[in-house]
Ligand binder design. Structure first.
Ligand SMILES: NC(=O)c1ccc[n+]([C@@H]2O[C@H](COP(=O)([O-])OP(=O)(O)OC[C@H]3O[C@@H](n4cnc5c(N)ncnc54)[C@H](O)[C@@H]3O)[C@@H](O)[C@H]2O)c1
Length: 336
């Protein structure tokens, strides 16, 4: 199967992530069928997608105004319109029963060779895979919000996925301006969340045990890891800054890191009290009413700026420089 930018693709579930994934697909040039599994999605989806498209234009991510892309968008409650789609991205609530019911409706319509994927954050792909008819074409496609600006995409194979489908999506996603990660064997949390949750656990433990405040731990993340991570990942960082030092520190530090398997009380208490974070001005920080909304708006603006930086420093930026230098040296040394 050859998927090109003319191939119709679909997103099922038009919440926060569904709308930004639709935007990403539209910006890449695909005709998109956007299915609203619950009618309430119809109230906000079009506006949200339009706003993403407008901001993408305003921030010079793309050269065309929203109307250019909206011609390619169909928002519907009718699953029958998925018939010609060759890639379907399920993006409904993180709930197995809901996802299973949605897969059934999708598979009743799409052709057997169309790829079916899920944006689940944490449900193992091999578990979801057991709920579908054609297991070899089922994969995880794990995006980061906002999907149209971030370069992150994990493509996850379940136990019964045909690896060729994973490799195929890996290639294709370069056209969506991703720097994709192919997870060849299913593992809980995939790659990114395993790394991040190790950090969340340690961060909470430092606060709970009185070593530092929430503010101080955050400042430490932002101004150390946050300072280099758009440029390099942790392995390149260790190479850049000297591997033996990390080896020495690991001997001392690893035995002291938190390895508890319980959900920490600090986060449990917030959730018990109904705290959601900036969404309802109640999280690890204290927010004045409405301050949370301002955080969301400010973050949205930041995503465009950090994307610009990320695009200037792709993963192979140095290799490209090296090749150019070599080529120019070779031409200087060549006999005239
Ligand atoms: N929010 C993130 O940053 C993020 C990141 C990566 C992955 N994800 C995953 O993406 C998926 C969607 O997350 P979101 O943040 O967009 O959630 P959301 O709450 O914004 O949207 C959920 C959507 O689920 C659908 N839905 C709700 N009830 C339903 C029902 N009974 N039957 C069928 N569909 C129903 C609707 O389309 C709704 O808009 C989840 O699996 C989540 O874990 C989210």
């Amino acid at each position: 199967m050859i998927l090109t930018k003319e191939t119709p693709v679909a997103v099922v579930g038009l919440g926060l992530m569904g709308c930004s994934i639709v935007t990403c697909m539209l910006l890449a040039g695909h005709p998109v069928v956007a299915v609203a599994p619950v009618s309430v999605d119809l109230l906000h989806a079009e506006n949200r997608i339009k706003t993403h498209l407008q901001k993408s234009f305003d921030n010079e991510l793309v050269q065309h105004e929203p109307e250019h892309y909206l011609k390619n968008l169909q928002i519907t409650e009718d699953y029958a319109l998925l018939k010609d789609c060759k890639l379907v991205i399920e993006c409904t609530l993180e709930n197995i029963e809901i996802k299973e019911a949605v897969f059934k409706k999708i598979e009743a319509v799409i052709s057997p060779e169309a790829l079916l994927t899920s944006n689940t954050s944490a449900i193992p792909i091999s578990t979801l895979q057991k709920l579908v008819k054609h297991q070899e074409r089922f994969l995880g496609l794990h995006w980061a919000e906002p999907a149209h600006t971030t370069r992150f995409l994990e493509i996850i194979c379940g136990d019964n996925t045909d690896i060729k489908n994973g490799e195929y999506l890996y290639e294709l996603s370069h056209h969506w301006q991703k720097e994709p990660i192919l997870v060849r064997k299913d593992i809980a949390g995939f790659i990114c969340n395993r790394l991040m949750y190790a950090m969340y656990r340690e961060a909470i433990s430092l606060v709970e045990n009185g070593y530092a405040t929430v503010e101080d731990v955050d400042r430490s993340c932002r101004n150390n890891a946050g300072y280099f991570m758009t440029f390099v990942g942790i392995f390149r960082w260790m190479d850049l800054t000297g591997v033996p030092a990390y080896h020495a520190v690991m001997q001392q530090l690893l035995p002291t890191l938190n390895n508890s398997t319980d959900v920490p009380e600090l986060i449990d208490k917030i959730v018990r009290e109904g705290g959601k974070g900036v969404a309802n001005d109640h999280g690890f920080y204290d927010y004045e009413p409405g301050e949370g909304k301002l955080w969301t708006e400010t973050f949205n603006k930041f995503t465009y700026e950090v994307r610009e930086l990320a695009m200037r420093y792709p993963h192979d930026v140095v290799r490209q420089k090296y090749i150019e230098q070599k080529a120019s040296q070779a031409s200087e040394e060549a006999p005239q």
